[in-house]
Design a protein around this ligand. Structure first.
Ligand SMILES: Cc1cc2nc3c(=O)[nH]c(=O)nc-3n(C[C@H](O)[C@H](O)[C@H](O)COP(=O)(O)OP(=O)(O)OC[C@H]3O[C@@H](n4cnc5c(N)ncnc54)[C@H](O)[C@@H]3O)c2cc1C
Length: 399
C-alpha cells in the first residue's frame, strides 16, 4: 500500500470520524461517506470514559470537548422504589487513576468537535448526503458505489471501513449469513433533555445518577455546564404484554403516559424527572450476534457495525473510539499490506469488544433485578467501599 491510497470509510458517526482522524495522524488519507445531508444535533447525552478520552486527547479533540463537558464527580446508585442511596462510585480522580477524565457530553458536541478537527485535516475528505450502496474487493483494493444527489457514483481505495452503525450495510454484505441480522433486544431507551432552569438545583450537580428498578432503570446527568439535564429511562418492553407488537411502538415519538405508568411505584427525584419530561424520544435497542472476526480481506467493521451493545456500561461510543485507535496502530505496523493490517486490527479488538458487549448485557440484568435478588444486590452494594466499586471499572477504563 502506498500511503497515498485512501481508506474508504462508510459512516460519519463517532466511529467513522475518529477512524478518519486516527488514520490521518499516521499519514493515511481517507474518503468518508456519510448518508446524512449534514452533521445535525442528533441523539442526546453520552458518558465518555477515560479509555475513550485518552484516544480523543491523542487526536487533539479532547480540549475542544472539555469546553462543553461536565465531569461527574461520582456515579450515585439509588433504588427507584424509595430513593435510598446504595453506593457511590468515585470518578473525581479518573485522570490520576486511568490517565484521562471521565466526562458527560452532548453527542452533538462530540460530533461537532470531531467534524471540526476532521475538516481541518487535508488527508480527510468528507462527503455528506452520500450513502454507500455496495462494494467489491480484490487483491489490489476496494471499489465502492454510493448514492449522491440521486445519482450512483464510484470511488476506490486501499480498504473499506464499515462504520455504518448497527444496521450496517457493509456488515450485511460482508457476513452474508441469514442469522446475522439486527434484532430487537426487548429493551427500549426513552430519552429526554430537560432545561435545568426548571428543575431543583440537585439535578445540575456534576454527578451521574443511576436508579435501579424492576426490569427498568433510569440514568440522568447534567450536560453543557449544567444548563440541561439528560434523562434516559431504560425499560424491558416484554414486561406486561409485549408493547413491541403494536406497530406504533416503532414510531420514535414516545408517549410520556406510558412511562409514568411504567415507573408508577418510583419515588423521589427519579419520579420528578419522569413527570417533568414533556417530549420523549423512544429508541428500541438492537443487537447483532458477536463476530469472530471484524475483517474479511480489505474490508473491516468498526463501532456499532462490528459490536452493537446495550448501553448499560456506557461503552458503545467508547469502544468505537478504541477501535479507531487500534485500526491506526495495526495499519502503522503493516503499511504495505492493508488486508494483513485489518486482520491484525480485528484480532486486537474481537475479544475485548465481546467482553464489553457481554458485560453490558449482564450489567442490565443486575440493574433490573427484583425481589430477593434485588435485596442481595443492594446489600452487596451497601457493603462495598467506594474504592472497591471504583476498582471494578479498571478493566474497562484502564485499557
Ligand atoms: C440510549 C443510549 C445511550 C448511550 N449512551 C452511551 C454512553 O453513555 N457512552 C457511550 O460510549 N456510548 C453510548 N451509547 C452508544 C453509542 O451511541 C453508540 O455505540 C455509538 O454512537 C456508535 O457509533 P458508530 O459510529 O459506530 O455508529 P453510529 O453512531 O450509528 O454512526 C453510524 C453512521 O453511519 C451512517 N450511515 C449508515 N449507513 C450508511 C451508509 N450506507 N452510507 C453512509 N453512511 C451511513 C449513519 O448516518 C451514521 O451517521 C448509547 C446508545 C444509546 C442508544
Amino acid at each position: 500500500m502506498t500511503t497515498q491510497e485512501p481508506f474508504v470509510i462508510a459512516g460519519g458517526g463517532v466511529g467513522g470520524l475518529t477512524a478518519a482522524l486516527a488514520l490521518a495522524q499516521i499519514g493515511v488519507p481517507s474518503l468518508l461517506f456519510e448518508r446524512a445531508t449534514a452533521f445535525r444535533e442528533v441523539g442526546a447525552g453520552l458518558q465518555l470514559s477515560p479509555n475513550a478520552c485518552r484516544v480523543l486527547r491523542r487526536l487533539g479533540v479532547l480540549d475542544a470537548l472539555m469546553e462543553q463537558a461536565v465531569q461527574p464527580r461520582y456515579v450515585r446508585l439509588r433504588r427507584g422504589s424509595d430513593g435510598a442511596e446504595l453506593a457511590r462510585v468515585p470518578l473525581d480522580d479518573a485522570e490520576k487513576r486511568w490517565g484521562a477524565p471521565y466526562i458527560a457530553v452532548h453527542r452533538a458536541d462530540l460530533l461537532a468537535a470531531l467534524v471540526e478537527r476532521a475538516r481541518a485535516e487535508n488527508l480527510i475528505q468528507i462527503s455528506n448526503d452520500s450513502s454507500l450502496t455496495g462494494f467489491i474487493q480484490d487483491e489490489k483494493g476496494v471499489a465502492v458505489t454510493y448514492r449522491f444527489d440521486g445519482e450512483f457514483r464510484r470511488a476506490s481505495g486501499a480498504a473499506l471501513i464499515g462504520a455504518d452503525g448497527v444496521r450496517s450495510m457493509t456488515r450485511s454484505r460482508l457476513i452474508q449469513n441469514g442469522a446475522d441480522m439486527p434484532a430487537y433486544t426487548g429493551h427500549t431507551a426513552w430519552r429526554a433533555i430537560l432545561p435545568a432552569a426548571g428543575l431543583p438545583e440537585a439535578f445540575r450537580r456534576p454527578v451521574a445518577n443511576l436508579w435501579f428498578g424492576e426490569r427498568a432503570h433510569l440514568v440522568h446527568y447534567p450536560l453543557r455546564g449544567g444548563s440541561i439535564v439528560n434523562v434516559v429511562a431504560l425499560v424491558e418492553d416484554t414486561w406486561r404484554g409485549g408493547a413491541e407488537s403494536d406497530p406504533e411502538f416503532w414510531d420514535n415519538a414516545g408517549d410520556g403516559k406510558f412511562l409514568l405508568n411504567r415507573f408508577k411505584g418510583w419515588r423521589g427525584e427519579a419520579r420528578e424527572l419522569i413527570e417533568a419530561g414533556e417530549t420523549w424520544l423512544r429508541w428500541p435497542l438492537f443487537d447483532r450476534p458477536p463476530l469472530d472476526s471484524f475483517a474479511r480481506g480489505r474490508v473491516a467493521l468498526l463501532g456499532d457495525s462490528a459490536h452493537p451493545m446495550l448501553p448499560y456500561l456506557a461503552q458503545g461510543a467508547a469502544q468505537a473510539i478504541e477501535d479507531a485507535a487500534a485500526l491506526a496502530a495495526a495499519v502503522t505496523a503493516d503499511r504495505e499490506n492493508p488486508a494483513a493490517a485489518l486482520t491484525a486490527y480485528s484480532a486486537a479488538r474481537v475479544m475485548r469488544s465481546r467482553k464489553v458487549q457481554e458485560g453490558a448485557r449482564a450489567q442490565g440484568q443486575i440493574y433490573h433485578l427484583s425481589g430477593v435478588k434485588a435485596f442481595a444486590r443492594d446489600l452487596a452494594l451497601r457493603f462495598s467501599t467506594p474504592g472497591m466499586l471504583r476498582g471494578r471499572q479498571d478493566w474497562i477504563y484502564a485499557q
